[in-house]
Design a protein around this ligand. Structure first.
Ligand code: AMP
Length: 213
């Protein structure tokens, strides 16, 4: 099962990616998480990435495409994968097609900008394993601590309100056109991402035709 998750930042793609991945036993390829790891490592490439992410801008297409092409060579991707945050532009989608990238379903998580801004203020992320939480919608068992690996939870720098507005602008301008790109191939299933986590999860499994339980 090869799945692309589309939707604005904060729509809940990362949360659904983790849930589906665990159930189907396939990896999540989250470009945002890979980029955050590179930044945390302090590498030259990471420093380059940081200037874009902290401004709410996209990292240049060629760097992200290279990263994904490398990751897809991993043996764990043979059974399938969930792309979370890639492709993010039509240029990236075309590059993905050229590298022989396959996709069975594209899930488009739809939610209004106002709800996104509200939701982002409560988002927390594990600094070590990248798992995502929300202070009210998806709280960890112990406040501030990751359920999965025990590391500390933090607020993403790019979740600052002014950066979120810039990210939404970039989303509408550069990423939203991908919905039409994949609709033309009959691959898109739209999911109302403003609903409760349980409802979104149920609709996600229904959309990919997999049992949730
Ligand atoms: P995300 O965790 O998916 O919201 O990504 C966080 C940030 O990483 C984005 O705001 C971008 O700066 C960068 N990023 C993630 N994925 C991509 C991508 N496919 N293309 C360009 N930049 C990306």
């Amino acid at each position: 099962m090869k799945i692309i998750l589309l939707g604005a930042p904060g729509a809940g793609k990362g949360t659904q990616a983790e849930i589906i991945a665990e159930k189907l036993g396939i990896p999540v390829i989250g470009t945002g998480a890979i980029i955050r790891e590179a930044i945390a490592s302090g590498s030259e490439l990471g420093k380059q990435f940081q200037s874009y992410t902290e401004a709410g801008k996209l990292v240049p297409d060629e760097l992200v495409v290279k990263m994904v092409a490398e990751r897809l060579k991993g043996g764990d991707c043979k059974k399938g994968y969930i792309l979370d945050g890639f492709p993010r532009t039509v240029v990236q989608a075309e590059a993905f097609d050229r590298m022989g990238g396959e996709v069975d379903a594209v899930l488009d998580f739809e939610i209004g900008d106002d709800a996104i801004v509200k939701r982002m203020s409560g988002r927390r992320v594990c600094e070590k394993c990248g798992a995502t939480y929300h202070v009210t919608n998806l709280p960890p068992k112990t406040e501030g601590v990751c359920d999965k690996c025990g590391a500390a939870l933090a607020i993403r720098k790019d979740d600052a309100p002014e950066t979120v507005l810039e990210r939404l602008k970039v989303y509408h301008e550069l990423t939203e056109p991908l919905v039409g790109y994949y609709k033309a191939r009959g691959l898109v299933k739209t999911i109302d991402a403003a609903e409760s986590l349980e409802t979104i999860t149920a609709k996600t499994f229904a959309a990919i035709g997999a049992p949730e339980a």
